[in-house]
Design a protein around this ligand. Structure first.
Ligand SMILES: C[S@@+](CC[C@H](N)C(=O)[O-])C[C@H]1O[C@@H](n2cnc3c(N)ncnc32)[C@H](O)[C@@H]1O
Length: 201
């Protein structure tokens, strides 16, 4: 089976095209946070010449390296590893920020890594707590059934954390307070997105 995300459908890879489309025109540098099997970083490398991918799990990072993509694979904790600040034209975190000990500090850290004029995009997971959350889950279940039947479901091999510290509403409030001007979207496949443009100067 080909190793690119187009042939490995799941609730994360489904949103990779939207993440890729967030890259500013002419982006030179990108960071994939919590890269797991490295598929997003590999896709990013087709558009961006200098891609770094970080993950704190050595085993999954070894599997990411096996993709052979020309990506700088970094073993480390995104909160503490000495990555260059205000450097990346695109910072992407798919299904990884709920692994971090504190969402506000995590988003602040990702914002600090984003170049001025660059974009930060988070595809996140949270807990359902409202009628609209549950309605979205029904839509997601239908979408999952249709797409899993036509595309198959690829189970990634990265560490998973199914304990979500925040509800969608809480995650939205924290993101709004931490990333002024961010754009929030509730996504059907049990995810949300946050997009933020670094216009700090
Ligand atoms: C659910 S997986 C998502 C993997 C991938 N982004 C995807 O789209 O399938 C979350 C990943 O985040 C990584 N991770 C968790 N905490 C991290 C941290 N503090 N720094 C870097 N990576 C981290 C985990 O090891 C895991 O590979």
């Amino acid at each position: 089976m080909p190793t690119d995300s187009r042939h490995r459908w799941n609730h994360n890879t489904h949103y990779y095209p939207a993440v890729l489309d967030t890259a500013p025109a002419g982006a030179r540098t990108a960071l994939d946070v919590g890269t797991g099997d490295g598929l997003l970083a590999t896709d990013l490398r087709e558009r961006v010449p200098d891609v770094t991918a970080i993950d704190s799990d050595p085993a999954v990072l070894d599997r990411a390296r096996e993709t052979g993509a020309e990506v700088r694979w970094v073993l480390g904790d995104v909160m503490t590893y000495p990555l260059p600040e205000e450097h990346y034209d695109l910072v992407a975190a798919v299904a990884s920020v709920h692994h971090l000990p504190d969402l506000a500090s995590g988003l602040r850290r990702l914002a600090d890594l984003t170049a001025v004029g660059g974009k930060l995009v988070v595809i996140g997971l949270a807990r359902s707590a409202s009628i609209s959350d549950y309605a979205m889950n029904v839509a997601g279940t239908v979408q999952h059934r249709v797409l899993a039947r036509s595309r198959g479901f690829w189970q990634h091999t990265a560490p998973m954390e199914m304990n979500f510290p925040h509800t969608y509403a809480q995650a939205r409030r924290i993101a709004a307070a931490t990333l002024p001007g961010m754009i929030w979207r509730r996504l059907p496949l049990f995810r949300y997105s946050v997009t933020w443009h670094n216009q700090r100067r």
